[in-house]
Each structure stands twice: as C-alpha cells, then as structure tokens.
Unconditional design. Sequence first.
Length: 310
Amino acid sequence: MIRVLFSARPPVWAEYEVPLRRAFAAAGLDCDLSRDHAPADVNYIVFAPNGPVKDFSPYVHARLVMGLWAGVETIVGNATLTQPLARMVDDGLTRGMVEYVVGHAMRHHLGMDAHLSGQDGAWHNDVYPPLAKDRPVTVLGLGALGEACGLALAGLGFPVTGWSRSTKDIPGMRCLSGDDGLRTALTDAQIVVLLLPQTPATVDILNADRLSLLARGAFVINPGRGPLIDDTALLAALDSGQVGGATLDVFRIEPLPQDHPYWSHPRVTVTPHIASTTRADTAAEVIAANIARGEAGQPFLHLVDRDAGY
Ligand code: NAP
C-alpha cells in the first residue's frame, strides 16, 4: 500500500480526488489517498503551497513532494523540505498558457483595441497590421510553457526568439542564452513574453536598460511572475511610448492593490493571475506517472534544482 497525502485547500481536494483515484487505478498503483495520514506513514505528498503542510520534517518516509503548481519560488527555500521536490508540468496547464499568450499577442498584433473602443461610425480603413512574419517576438524562458508558447507563435508565422539559461536547439525558433543572448533577444523585439521562473537571477530582469532595447511601441506580456519586471521602469516606458502596451497577469503583490497605477493605466491590461492553471484530469496522470516511477526505482520527472531555484 502506497500512502499519498493530499495537502491543498478543500476546494482543490474536491477537484482532484476523483481524477487522482482514477489515475492511480489506471497506472496499477495501490494507493491510499487521504488528507489525514499520520506524517510518518506518508510515502508521497501532493502539495499546494497554500495548503496545510508547511513543515515537511515529520514526513520522514516521504519519497517525493509533488507540487500542483509550476512555480516553486515559495517552497524552494523551505528548510524543512529535505525530500525531492517535483514541480507541475501538465499538458492542460501548458495548453491554457499557450491560448492566453497567443490571444494577447494576437490582440496586440492585430490592433484589436482600436476597433473595440472605436465603434463610433468612423470608417478608418487605411491602417493594416503587418503580417506576423514582420513582427519579431521574444519569449524569455524556454521551459515547458515558454517553448510551447514560442512554437505556437512561430506556427502563426511570427519570427520567434527564445532565451533560456542553458543553450537550446528548438526547430522553428532562434534560441539564445547568456547576457549577450538576452540583449540580442530583446533588441528590436515587438512583443516580449515573460515565462521565466522567479529566482534571485531573474528578479527585475526586464529593467529600464533592457526595455530600452525593444522596438519602440513594443508590447509586453507577463504571465511568468510579477518580480520579473521592474514596475517603475515599465510604467516609465509606457508613459514615454517606448512600450506601447502590456498585459500583466502576475504582480509583486497579489491581489494587485487597488491603488496600483497598473489598474488605471490606459495601456495596461491587468488579468488576475488566470493565465493558466493546472487541470486535474491531466495533472492526476502526471502525479500517478511520477509515483509509478518511484515505485519502479526510476528517476522522478520534473525535479526542481534547489540551487537554481526552479
Ligand atoms: P520551467 O519549465 O522550469 O522553465 C523555466 C525556463 O526559464 C527554462 O527555459 C529555464 O532555462 C529558464 N530560466 C530559468 N532561470 C533562468 C535564468 N536565470 N536565465 C535564463 N533563463 C532562465 O518553467 P515553466 O513550467 O515553463 O513555467 C515558467 C513559469 O511560469 C513558472 O515558474 C511560473 O512562475 C509561471 N507560471 C505562471 C502561471 C500563470 O497562471 N500566470 C501558470 C503557470 C506557471 P533552462 O531551460 O536552461 O533551464
């Protein structure tokens, strides 16, 4: 019997209980799934950072802690977590992010806002958007989410440059890394998508200097994490016209405070951290697959590098 502890808020349990039991059965795993196991009996922990478990030290027989979220910045520094940690890589999460990023990129690309707010009977038909092939896009972060978003945008014809910590070779897009690579990636980019994790190395990565590299009037889409952007620098760039608009899903403080200038800025769209979410049906399969690997003595998938912070 494999004892699996589920540690998340009650509505999440209601969402996951049936898909998890189904996925365990489909994987041939004899799992006892509960929210109430005695800590010393637990073999695996399914975990959300805002759930009840904060201290992992009593879980002395836990082989793996599996996050339900892709972002792990609130847990990597937890000194009580000595067990391996897997972050969530879920097809449903990835698909949702692709749809969000493509939607907001296309909204900017096609200049939809001008038409949405301009239903005044005026017939301005002399402004055509460029074709996607003439609108360079840069995606910062080429992980599970960034690569999928980059490939989707490349599939629509955008010239896509991606930037990551390690060097990559992804057919269909230009891949860069390192400081020089970041400068090259941002120079003349017309749409920038941030899908980096929040780590000490990525905080404020989009600062005034780097915003100045973008094509004038560029569009910023941030579904990564709020601290990736220097907010003061972005607001200045929006006011000067260097940045033409921004769709922001994540913020240093969430919910975004009512008096934050992003709410009232005419060229900022605030979305309330809804870019994507883990989907219970597909995530349950990922969790079952990782437990099956552990039980078979195989290496776990999607392990977090605690030193790198993601
Ligand atoms: P991931 O698979 O861990 O990918 C992270 C990417 O960022 C990798 O390509 C990595 O490079 C790169 N990277 C990390 N540190 C870097 C650095 N210092 N310099 C350059 N590149 C760096 O993560 P993911 O699953 O794609 O998720 C990305 C982030 O999206 C999450 O961390 C989370 O914050 C955010 N997210 C937001 C939502 C939402 O609803 N808004 C939902 C899910 C996730 P390597 O490939 O070389 O390792």
